[in-house]
Design a protein around this ligand. Sequence first.
Ligand SMILES: Cc1cc2nc3c(=O)[nH]c(=O)nc-3n(C[C@H](O)[C@H](O)[C@H](O)COP(=O)(O)OP(=O)(O)OC[C@H]3O[C@@H](n4cnc5c(N)ncnc54)[C@H](O)[C@@H]3O)c2cc1C
Length: 492
Amino acid sequence: MTRDLPAVPCSSDVLVIGGGGSGLAAAVSAAQHGARVLLAEKQPRLGGTTALSVGSITAAGTRLQTRAGIRDSVEDFIADMVAFKPDLLTGDAPELRELLARESAATVDWLESLGVALVGPYPEPPHRVPRMHNVVPNSRSYIARLAEAARRLGVRILLSAEATELVRTGGRVTGAVLRTPGGPVTVTARLGVVLASGDFSGNASMRRAHLPAEAAAALPINQHATGDGHRLGAAVGAAWRRMEVTFGPQLRFPPPRRPGLVSRLPTWRWLCQVEAFLVQRLPAAALRPFVKSLLITHTSPTSALFASGALLVNSAGARFCDERTSVGALSSQDGARGFIIFDGRVAEKFNSPPNAISTAPGIAFAYFDDYRRGRPDLVYQASTASELATKIGVDAGKLSEAVHEGGLQPPLYAMGPVYSMLTVTEGGLAVDRELRVLDEHGEPIPGLYAVGGVAQGGMLLLGHGHHIAWAMTSGRVVGQLLCLTRDRTRRR
Ligand SMILES: Cc1cc2nc3c(=O)[nH]c(=O)nc-3n(C[C@H](O)[C@H](O)[C@H](O)COP(=O)(O)OP(=O)(O)OC[C@H]3O[C@@H](n4cnc5c(N)ncnc54)[C@H](O)[C@@H]3O)c2cc1C
């Protein structure tokens, strides 16, 4: 995948900064419209947070919805996205939400045309109809298919190439300086520079400056999501929007030492297509074991555990919060690490419907026994608090006190360790519906565009599949728009 480093300086029509989902989508789309594209990725491999994600993408009006007999509309999609939290989401960035809703189906169909294997749609209330599509077998196949398309279309991909500065000529952004293993390289871009650098959850000082204390202290899932594009944009006058918002932190179990089967499946195009075919046709019962393995690897334990009497203790074995209202306080405990403690009553309750420990809505549910079988590294049982404390490595006195205070009766169980983690942050650069980056006065900064997590422009994305829908849609659309601008200029 690594390309030879170019001679210094080097030129292109479009420079894309970031090789996750949105950057690859932008690069492929611009190249499909005839642009010479250079994509710079600071890591030695493509993927970003997109490759760490579950991979759901939510859209209205797709081929898969039509095949399932579902009629959908842009207006309903917009209303349902807002319905996840109307007091917060109403009117946040209406023109971007409209763009996302209007273009989402074309994006899903476009991804399919590039060989991305998607299944669904699946329900996720409050979406009134099933809209959630899932990539098969895992999110790395977005990256594999888009990278294949990029290579086919002649996109130059530079790995280990970190953009450190934007270059301006007469007020217009005309390129960027890249830090590469061979030294700095200046790339110029005739049509525009596209920031596709993801969110800032991995940047501790930006978290402290902008997020509420619990979110700021939580552990990022992607420590490389360091808000570079936010800072590069700000250095040339870009405005930031809704930097204080994140939908977290969440409790998360660590991934298993050996990744589960679904995560290990290769992303060969033919295999993905066969898997998608099987997923769409096999009865749900046949697929349940696979989905469960995803659930017990990727999803957060339900807060209903705590409403039913489970306790949260820190690494020392002590309680530190009211679990019903503030498990986010785990962020401020040592290592943001703890254990969920409960007794046989809770274990039994969370072993049958409707009380799952984690869920993929409408697809599968994972109960206590699923964790006990599938993640034995996370589940401990003991007949006394001292015995449990020894098994999980915490202070026996503190754990006994917590168990006594919580009124738990033997047998006792622990699940963990569990960490307070951030998936993504919501704040990003101000952009307009053409994905042009805006300054404090709402004026576009000539030559500068942004897509994906760095470009949410105040739009808050709550619910499954909305972030990837935005990353892929904004990327696909910016590629078209950049080339449309070129064509208009040529005609003049
Ligand atoms: C565990 C988890 C599960 C998730 N599941 C889902 C899901 O199922 N559905 C959904 O919609 N969303 C999901 N999300 C969120 C979603 O994955 C992201 O919001 C989305 O993929 C972001 O795409 P992006 O292209 O903006 O950023 P990224 O995919 O993070 O790509 C940004 C890229 O830019 C590179 N970069 C950064 N700075 C520079 C620089 N200075 N120079 C060069 N390169 C740079 C980075 O290395 C990275 O490769 C999940 C997130 C997590 C953490």
